[in-house]
Design a protein around this ligand. Sequence first.
Ligand SMILES: C[S@@+](CC[C@H](N)C(=O)[O-])C[C@H]1O[C@@H](n2cnc3c(N)ncnc32)[C@H](O)[C@@H]1O
Length: 244
Amino acid sequence: MTTDSETVSYYNSEAADAFIEGSATIPPDPLVGYCAETLQQFSKISDVLCVDLGCGFGRQLLDIANKFGANATVVGFEQSPYLLSKADELMHHGRVQLTDGRWIYVNGFTPGEELSDWDNIQLIHGDVLDLESHISSNSVDFINSNCTHLHLGAEDLSDAMNEVYRVLKPEGIMLLRMKTPIGNQTSRTRADGRTEYYYSSEYWQSILESVGFEVIKVQAGDNLDVEYTKTSQFMAIVVRKISL
Ligand SMILES: C[S@@+](CC[C@H](N)C(=O)[O-])C[C@H]1O[C@@H](n2cnc3c(N)ncnc32)[C@H](O)[C@@H]1O
């Protein structure tokens, strides 16, 4: 199936400027640093490959490059050519310009001084259900997915997680941020046309474990989770691919 066409169209249009403006204010995610430290504990790595699935306009690519350091290659993987063009702008200029002319800066990053540190960031256009065309097996150390897989229906989740499992190296780590349902509503189409699906933390954990991951951290309902609507709230799961 993959992401529905209305959601895809939203992210690939100037309407996504509202999403860019809203998400640029989100502070860097402390769990990115936690994952960088955890990875160091379990593997002796020098050349690290990090992939941000559904990177949007690239706001987290800066933080990932920062936390994983100069030895890391960071790949932003995204289905929307419009958002990828904004991510490219961000990597080169440290800010993006909205259609109405306003400049947007990413929370936690001052434009200018760090630009040379972002030479190790690459951008790939693709679908998270088809990593095979772009990323080889057992090649990735860290995967970030921040509210990307929430656009997939239940029938796609196992395939999507199997793909993540395939591309991660043994001991590789994924940080997955999603939304859990508040009450009984398990999906919602927003006024802007995007459809989101809400799965419980237990449901996610059962899928991840059945694929072969070890769950090493679950974070829900604490002060890192911001409740945006009455139907869902954020949660985070960190998993590791168990060595064979
Ligand atoms: C809620 S946004 C989050 C963006 C980014 N991770 C962030 O936190 O700023 C969801 C992102 O996932 C992308 N996306 C949705 N479905 C996708 C798919 N099937 N393959 C690749 N990217 C997808 C969207 O285009 C959008 O950029």
